[in-house]
Design a protein around this ligand. Sequence first.
Ligand code: SF4
Ligand code: ZN
Length: 343
Amino acid sequence: MGYKCKLCPSKAVIYMRQHRLALCSGCYVQWFAKQTQRSISEMRMLRRDERVLVAVSGGKDSLSLWYVLSELGYDAEGLYIDLGISDLGYSERSKTYAMHLADKLMRPLHIVSVSKSVGKAIPELVRRSDRSPCSLCGLIKRYIMNRFAIEGGFDVLATGHNLDDEAATLLSNVLHWQVGYLARQSPILMERDGFVRRIKPFYRFTEKETALYALLNGIAYIEDECPYSVDATTIFLKGILNQLEERMPGTKLQFYNNFLAHARELFEREQAPKVQLRQCSICSMPTAECVCAFCRAIERVGGTFVGLNVVRYEPKQCGASSQSTKAAMTAEGDDNGEQCRLA
Ligand code: SF4
Ligand code: ZN
């Protein structure tokens, strides 16, 4: 690469054009942790005395997030949602990566099985549904993440959305003027009745940056995309943003940061008169309707929600074994048009 680290005499492993910053491996790992803490502090995402549940998919972003939060001293446990996607062993392999990190961090990992919770795995639910795979899967995952976080007594739910994800979602929301989504697109969504606080501490990092952090820390992750993720639109939008970035370094960060600084609040204010939430007549989770979106979707595809089926995986080094628990534990969720990132 030819660059020298800006902070020490070593050779740089990365040059971040948007920051005009070249760093060696040691300095990069420290910089990355500091930037994560900076995002957390500036947005008041998480306090030291709070319990955080990290939604891990087995991919680089979510696993790096769990790792760095643990490094920073936060009380972070993992949640893996087993979607039951058997193509190329996708779900099984992803789960294995999540379990490896649990072992490395010596932290518990909670594994929720979709098929055991609603009677059918994602592929069958998708086959029976007229919704797009990601729309149905996203709804189910948001419900599970929120419900598990609430029932498990967690204060905060963290996801690994990065700058590329957020900028692509923002571009899509702007292109279609999805004002409701724009009002809710934020690195932090505060808790309210029945909904846990949701945070995205990686919103300033690019995909390349999180991948390098994973690599330098020996975090193994699944590199394959979910077989359903062939979302041409998101990939296309990311490609356009990358072209802009190439010509004008810093565009992605400015686009998203300036939205947060100057525009998001305006959309939020416009959307202010909120509908009154009530309890879902089936599962008791908050909803604007009699029956929540999750229960309606599950009913429509012939599933039955019997409560979250949760297995608590204890890290191997502790010598403990897995222990099965069942919790009648749901997120109608705040879809903000975001792309999959529990995956
Ligand atoms: Fe679910 Fe993500 Fe796969 Fe879509 S890409 S089906 S949201 S895991
Ligand atoms: Zn419900």
